[in-house]
Design a protein around this ligand. Structure first.
Ligand SMILES: Nc1ncnc2c1ncn2[C@@H]1O[C@H](COP(=O)(O)OP(=O)(O)OP(=O)(O)O)[C@@H](O)[C@H]1O
Ligand SMILES: [Mg+2]
Length: 401
């Protein structure tokens, strides 16, 4: 919803306004569950002949908890366009009418999306993705889950790598999934004062029988894990994505659109193109990328010397390219493979890897994907804002100057 009274594009810039808007369609307001262009939050956008962009973004309230995140995403999407040299973001607050309109839309969308899964609306859902296989997605998923659970949290782990499942082995868990009232009950593992709840094809089929299931549609299996399961109340649900195609990511965008991606990459700069393509596909599918994790970073030997065996800078480069933070680096360490084979997650054993996962868990809970505020349910935010406005706690600001 641009302002038709003001011409948006000035001079002979190489970048058209439509191109800028198209780039911003990749910026999703996770609370409202839609992109900021569709939500009418991009009020005005202009670029001058020097490639300086000025964009006005209207938020539901000026003190929106997602403000810095949206600003960061907007900047990230625009700065990397050819022909854009500077980005100025002006934040304004919606007036009461615009807010009511956007809330109605969000409510409609939330209702539309909500009943599809058995995952509680308060659960923060993080899917671990990468552009190529073997970079350590599964190792990061299980150890991050253990590190979060060690903080006293209840963490679900969904092994969405249906044919190549590895989560049961990495966690040293075996068993068969039981059904209660026709729904699958995840297998539980106590970790310190926290709990893991895990679903994997490995508990359904056994390593040999999984081969016989190949005819099953991949997404259908993931959908069943999301819909026909007793996840119960979870603080976090971590989803270990399979390598390769974006099918499961697309499925998640439809089934659980508030899923955020953590993109795992390795230090070599050459790997970044592939990882970036994977993240980009997710963004087009309306999944937000929360951050980048660099795995197999510097190796420190027992004498304390550090070696960048696989090069360096890949994680930072990708994070920069995506306009998201680099939220952790996990060192290359032989314990990762050894503990994975033994089914004793490194995050539960003292050492450099445990420290790295502890820092990552802290960062995620602290500011990347906190349990409150930016978690979950659009409807709840809508209610909160509406109640505050009704009670006169919030001043409707006439912001669209
Ligand atoms: N930081 C690390 N240091 C040493 N080895 C590691 C590290 N991270 C992962 N590995 C090893 O790399 C191999 C691949 O890891 P993992 O299976 O977690 O990757 P993946 O991305 O899930 O693979 P796939 O794409 O096949 O699902 C494993 O043998 C694992 O033990
Ligand atoms: Mg894996």
């Amino acid at each position: 919803m641009g302002n038709p009274d003001e011409p948006a594009t000035l001079g002979a810039s190489a970048v058209a306004e439509s191109e800028l808007r198209a780039a911003l369609e990749a910026v999703v307001d996770p609370e409202l569950g839609d992109n900021i262009v569709a939500l009418g939050m991009v009020r005005d956008i202009a670029i001058d002949a020097e490639g300086r962009v000025r964009v006005e973004v209207a938020l539901t309230i000026a003190a929106c908890p997602l403000r810095s995140q949206i600003e960061r995403d907007v900047r990230g999407r625009l700065e990397h366009l050819d022909g854009v040299h500077a980005v100025e973001i002006v934040i304004v607050a919606m007036d009461a009418e615009a807010r009511a309109e956007v809330m109605a839309r969000a409510r409609w969308k939330a209702r539309d999306d909500a009943p599809a899964t058995a995952v509680d609306p308060d659960t923060v859902v993080l899917a671990i993705a990468s552009g190529k296989g073997g970079v350590g997605k599964s190792s990061v998923t299980v150890n991050l889950a253990v590190a979060l659970a060690s903080r006293g949290l209840t963490v679900g782990v969904l092994d969405a790598d249906i044919w190549g499942f590895s989560v049961p082995r990495l966690l040293g868990m075996e068993g068969d999934i039981e059904a209660r009232a026709g729904k699958m009950v995840p297998l539980e593992l106590a970790v310190g004062s926290g709990t893991l709840r895990v679903l994997s094809m490995g508990f359904l089929a056994g390593e040999d029988r999984a081969i016989m299931w190949r005819g099953l549609v991949l997404n259908r299996a993931v959908q069943q894990f999301l819909e026909d399961a007793h996840w119960g109340r979870l603080d976090y649900l971590l989803i270990d994505l399979p390598p390769g195609t974006g099918d499961v990511q697309m499925g998640l965008a439809r089934m659980l659109p508030r899923t955020q991606l953590l993109v795992v990459t390795t230090p070599p700069l050459a790997a970044q193109k592939v990882a970036s393509r994977a993240a980009d596909m997710a963004r087009r599918g309306y999944l937000r990328v929360a951050g980048v994790i660099e795995n197999m970073s510097d190796f420190t030997c027992e004498h304390g010397a550090t070696y960048a065996l696989f090069g360096s800078g890949g994680g930072a480069r990708l994070a920069d390219e995506l306009g998201v933070p680099l939220i952790g680096s996990i060192p290359l360490h032989p314990d990762m493979a050894a503990c994975g084979d033994a089914g004793t997650p490194v995050a539960a054993e003292p050492g450099p890897l445990a420290l790295a996962f502890e820092a990552l868990a802290k960062r995620i809970e602290g500011d990347v994907a906190p349990r409150t505020e930016s978690s979950g349910c659009s409807a709840r935010l809508v209610e909160r804002v509406e109640r505050a406005v009704a009670e006169g706690l919030l001043e409707p600001t006439s912001g669209s100057s």
